[in-house]
Design a protein around this ligand. Structure first.
Ligand code: AHR
Length: 523
């Protein structure tokens, strides 16, 4: 996303590139792009929960992913230790569980008590049998060990208000009740105090078990929300907003109706999006973040409209609590069984992921939760076999963002070349976000150009660059390069440059994501 502050005039950097990215000419010294930040122009606080993830009972995400009982690679509980190490490398802030579509027929009480006595159930979302050996205790203990904030998604499909209410009571209450005594008998005396609770998953999708109209969902969810908040007023609730962006679905209408019913009870509106490159059109695929930005701003407008006349401190934020690239392992015949949704990612996917993270930062005032879907094996940055794992291409940008882009998101002025695709008239080759934490500045730059490096002058208003700057670049030999168990051609390489002065010139390699981090001094 580009923001053009009023004080700066938009110099047309147009060009021959605009119409034909494939015929782009090499840049001369007169065509150096400009990236300018102004520490006074703040977008909003970057919520750590933008670096969330998601674990669903789907394929090998839980079973054979984070949990593998009896494996030499697992600890005594069954957690895969190598996976835990890889998860740590992502600095995951928030983990959503147990679904996804799975949650819409999940009875949480099936997943507590002695493991060997838990019932096996037919799992209809993803065509398997759920043995329930990984349940509430296993999930919340996993989060505790890794220092991750848990996010439980309640069943608002086939589930009841009472089931949802009792799940909150079981997890959070300190009162002496049948639920809390049961929790203690199952090994957990103290409440976990889970803050984040979803009021169902993708209830706008006809594929969802218990799918409802917006009106019916809004009314049903309201009663569940009341009971959950009366059980623990400190919890934060997330309404199931739009996930169905098909031309026949009225996605803005869904959000409008749902918010009318739930605006006094919820804290977040959940949105989901997956993108793909089935047409093998690199430039159009790389432009998907423009759509993400558009949907974010549209949803923000719907929230503002819903909150008109409400007290000014009443806030509802956006939770993009499922997002990723997903298209190869999708559709008829590919979504039932154990080895499903095992997407293998390449470099272009990693660049799309980086542009999505830029978009979350560039909307940091309203987007406060984002969960990449999912964490292991299932459309995931970590991929396991029974004997090991490797890090997929999309792992690298996510790890860099989560470790470094903190504090406050700053507006970015970008003056550079653009291109056109079948869906978008003007796509900047350089996609940029900026974060400032104290004196530390982080710039995240994707060069969408497939074939050419782009040079840019980085400038800061009333500030200068000083000292050593860490430059981390995610790149690989070509846009289709993938990692696997034997080799990782797509990875992060690091170097240092000196930032002395008001301007830094950097050359961004073709098809790359670059993070630049260093000290920004006043004056
Ligand atoms: O993440 C895979 C699936 O995608 C989830 O279960 C569902 O919510 C979405 O459609």
């Amino acid at each position: 996303m580009m923001i053009f502050p009023a004080m700066l005039s938009r110099r047309a950097f147009t060009s021959t590139l605009a119409a034909a990215p494939f015929a782009a000419r090499a840049f001369g010294s007169s065509s150096v792009a400009r990236i300018k930040i102004d520490p006074d122009r703040k977008i909003g606080a970057i919520d750590r929960k933008l670096y969330g993830n998601f674990a669903e009972h789907l394929g090998r995400c839980i079973e054979g992913g984070i949990f593998d009982e009896g494996s030499k690679l697992s600890d005594a509980t069954g957690y895969r230790k190598d996976v835990m190490e890889a998860v740590k490398g992502l600095n995951v802030s928030l983990l959503r569980w147990p679904g996804g579509n799975f949650s819409s027929n999940y009875n949480w009480m099936d997943g507590i008590g002695p493991r060997d006595q838990r019932p096996a159930r037919l799992e209809m979302a993803w065509g398997s049998v759920e043995d329930n050996r990984f349940g509430t205790h296993e999930f919340l203990t996993y989060c505790n060990i890794l220092g991750i904030e848990p996010y439980l998604c309640a069943n608002f499909g086939t589930g009841s208000w009472q089931e949802a209410q009792r799940w909150v009571e079981y997890c959070n209450s300190s009162e002496a009740t049948a639920m809390t005594k049961l929790r203690a008998r199952n090994g957990r005396e103290q409440p976990w105090k889970v803050t984040y609770w979803g009021l169902g998953n993708e209830m706008d999708g006809p594929w969802q078990m218990g799918h409802r109209s917006a009106e019916d969902y809004g009314k049903f969810a309201l009663e569940g929300a009341k009971l959950m908040k009366w059980t623990d007023p400190s919890i934060k609730l997330i309404a199931a907003g739009s996930s169905n962006f098909s031309p026949s679905a009225d996605w803005t209408g869904w959000n409008r109706t749902v918010l009318e019913h739930l605006k006094h009870h919820v804290d977040y509106l959940s949105l989901h999006t997956y993108v793909g490159n089935a047409a093998n059109d690199y430039y159009d695929f790389l432009a998907n973040s423009l759509l993400l930005d558009d949907r974010t701003k549209t949803a923000e407008g719907t929230i503002r409209a819903a909150l008109t006349g409400e007290p000014r401190d009443k806030k509802i934020y956006i939770a993009w609590d499922e997002w990723n690239v997903w298209y190869r392992e999708r559709g008829e015949g590919k979504e039932k069984g154990r080895h499903i949704l095992e997407e293998h990612y390449n470099l272009e996917d990693a660049l799309v992921v980086a542009t999505f993270l830029n978009t979350f930062l560039n909307n940091a005032h309203i987007v406060k939760i984002a969960n990449m879907a999912q964490i292991v094996n299932v459309i995931a940055p970590i991929f396991t076999s029974p004997t090991g794992l490797y890090l997929q291409t999309i792992y690298y940008p996510l790890a860099l963002f989560a470790a470094n882009s903190r504090g406050t998101a700053l507006e970015v002025f970008v003056d550079g070349p653009t291109y056109k695709t079948k869906r978008f008239d003007s796509v900047p080759f350089l996609d940029v976000s900026a974060a400032q934490d104290g004196e530390t500045l982080v710039l995240n730059v994707v060069n969408r150009h497939r074939d050419e490096a782009i040079e840019a002058d980085i400038e800061a208003q009333d500030a200068h660059f000083t000292g050593a700057y860490e430059v981390s670049e995610v790149n690989g030999p070509d846009i289709k390069a993938e990692n696997n168990f034997d080799s990782s051609p797509v990875k992060t390489t690091r170097k240092t440059v000196n930032g002395d002065g008001a301007r830094m010139r950097v050359s961004f390699a073709p098809h790359s994501f670059t993070m630049i981090k260093g000290k920004l001094a006043k004056g």
